[in-house]
Design a protein around this ligand. Structure first.
Ligand SMILES: [Zn+2]
Length: 92
């Protein structure tokens, strides 16, 4: 789960998360979505999408799932948000 620039992990270690490229790309895409829309606009839009379309068809989730396997973009995403990512990871 992503809130602003922080990825919150439950049920997975940071090490396992970092080695799961699909999961990593998915969450990084959500960080980009926060960045693109701003925190409050993203949260509002995400909730609205969830109410109207449900979790699976929420356009932000569709976009994040599409990012999971896009290799070149995934590398670009990782490089581009490294600053946020390193500041943001919290493991539970
Ligand atoms: Zn997601």
């Amino acid at each position: 789960m992503v809130v602003h620039r922080t990825i919150f992990l439950w049920g997975i270690s940071r090490q396992d998360f970092m080695s799961d490229k699909c999961y990593l790309n998915h969450e990084l895409q959500h960080i980009f979505q926060f960045h693109q829309l701003g925190t409050f606009r993203f949260l509002y839009s995400y909730l609205k999408e969830s109410v109207l379309r449900g979790y699976y068809n929420n356009k932000f989730e569709v976009e994040a799932r599409a990012a999971e396997t896009k290799e070149p973009e995934a590398e670009f995403i990782f490089v581009s948000v490294t600053r946020y990512f390193l500041l943001g990871i919290i493991c539970h």
